[in-house]
Design a protein. Structure first.
Length: 474
């Protein structure tokens, strides 16, 4: 996916987002430039930095969705943060560096999941053996040994108490042969999936114990807070407890445990840091709310202070995380905001200069609403149709009914608060509320939504809209 051309990237985004061609082109170019940068010489590569983007447009027109789909397209680490959550150092709020730490944590989680998927098949063989041991114990059991916790804090065997006897071969060879044959039969049934509902007893980690920790200066919200429980985990192993569960549930537990043993966390942390540095995308939403021209509640000094705190992150600096230091020089920052009460020029000049690409997104038209209902791969009509299909009800929409739905969404946005495509959720929920409520009891297996049905649902709203518009007609 990293080698997609800008035109191909736009076509992929078109599958989920209607319109906003200029914004799609801007993010496609930014993504392609990352690929081009990798092909440069090491000396030149260090000189080329991403060109950050600011998207301006009303809510619900696709700003966040464009950035999210872009990151998913190339499997890049991505986080979305609200700029209003940060305040100047000394005021209540989050430290601006926390967004970089969150990105690193996301990146490492993604790398770890990829590695877990690679070893899942190898772990499966070990898991089957553990499941068989739980169903039919093997003849040789490990000696009962003490861990460090027992050695230091009790549960020690009294002096003179004999040590557990080492396992010996069974006296009856016939019984051992029968056990081996039973185990082989159980292995066959286990691999065939015939024992998934069988109840077994396994040993699992006791997670109910209270973790030992030291709260940091941020009240414990930051990952930099010290976790003594994790530091001492290797010295004092976690307690185990017996748990009754099905084979299917035990398989998930054992797969997670065995997969963890097969991966190299040091290598994963190193790759996660590199991926966050080189491929990370941070989406700064509501950036207009911290602009100087925004006349909201709260002190202006806090808003300008947030800008100055964000500035070194966007410019490029080194942030300390619990996985190691990470540089922000090559991360892509995408700012977004409505900018209806402020302008980009209200941001401090230094921050403006770090967002050289400015894109304005258009408000959605009636035609756009109609396309959003039907064209994307995750179109709303497809979602509601699939939902009701679970009740054995086949839902259909006549074309003129869809046109009327788009018209009502557009008119309500024009006459009241413009919430963009989110208005379609309001409209569709109102139209389908009765159908969804009675769907399990319908005798008929098909329901067609017609224009008359939609008009009847929105009769009162349509009259209100006419009254509102009549005030402006001379």
């Amino acid at each position: 996916m990293n080698e997609l051309t800008p035109n191909q990237i736009v076509k992929e985004l078109d599958k989920y987002i209607i319109g906003q061609e200029e914004a799609k082109k801007s993010v496609a170019i930014a993504l392609r430039n990352r690929y081009r940068r990798r092909l440069l010489s090491p000396e030149m590569r260090d000189e080329v930095t991403p060109k950050n983007i600011i998207m301006m447009g009303p809510t619900g027109v696709g700003k966040t969705e464009i950035a999210r789909r872009l990151a998913k397209l190339v499997d890049a680490p991505f986080i979305k943060v609200e700029a209003t959550k940060f305040t100047e150092v000394g005021y209540v709020g989050r430290d601006v560096e926390s967004m970089v730490r969150d990105l690193v944590a996301t990146s490492i989680r993604m790398v770890k999941q990829r590695e877990l998927d690679k070893v899942k098949e190898k772990a499966g063989d070990i898991v089957n053996e553990r499941l068989l041991d739980a169903i039919i114990p093997s003849s040789a059991k490990p000696a009962d040994t003490q861990n460090a916790y027992e050695m230091f804090f009790g549960n020690r065997r009294p002096q003179g108490q004999p040590q557990p006897a080492q396992p010996q071969s069974p006296a009856d060879p016939a019984a051992e042969q029968e056990r081996i044959m039973s185990r082989a039969e159980m292995r066959r049934r286990l691999e065939a999936g015939e024992l998934e509902d069988m109840q077994i007893e396994i040993m699992v980690e006791d997670r109910q114990s209270v973790p030992i920790g030291v709260i940091g200066s941020d009240g414990g919200n930051s990952e930099m807070s010290m976790n003594l429980g994790g530091m001492l985990g290797s010295i004092f192993p976690s307690k185990k407890k017996k748990r009754k569960t099905t084979v299917a549930q035990a398989r998930e537990i054992f797969t997670s445990e065995e997969s963890q043993k097969l991966i190299d966390m040091d290598a994963i942390n190193e790759e996660g840091l590199r991926s966050a540095e080189q491929d990370g995308i941070i989406f700064l939403d509501e950036i207009d709310k911290i602009a100087g021209g925004y006349k909201g509640n709260g002190p202006d000094v806090s808003r300008e202070g947030v800008q100055r705190d964000i500035l070194p992150i966007v410019e490029g600096c080194t942030v300390t995380t619990k996985y190691g230091p990470v540089k922000t020089d090559y991360m892509l920052f995408i700012g977004a905001g409505a900018f209806h009460m402020s302008k980009v020029s209200d941001l401090i000049p230094e921050l403006q200069g770090r967002f050289p690409i400015k894109v304005k997104l258009d408000s959605l038209t009636e035609e756009d609403f109609l396309k959003i209902l039907t064209q994307p791969q995750n179109a709303l009509i497809k979602q509601y149709t699939e939902l009701l299909a679970t009740e054995d009800l086949k839902l259909k929409f006549e074309p003129d009914a869809l046109e009327y739905l788009a018209k009502m969404a557009f008119m309500e946005n024009e006459t009241s608060e413009n919430i963009g495509a989110r208005r379609l959720y309001t409209v569709l929920e109102k139209v389908l509320s009765e159908i969804s409520f009675y769907a399990p009891e319908y005798e008929q297996k098909e329901f067609t939504v017609t224009r008359d049905y939609v008009k009847n649902v929105f009769r009162s709203e349509e009259e209100d809209l006419k009254k509102d518009t009549s005030r402006f007609i001379l």
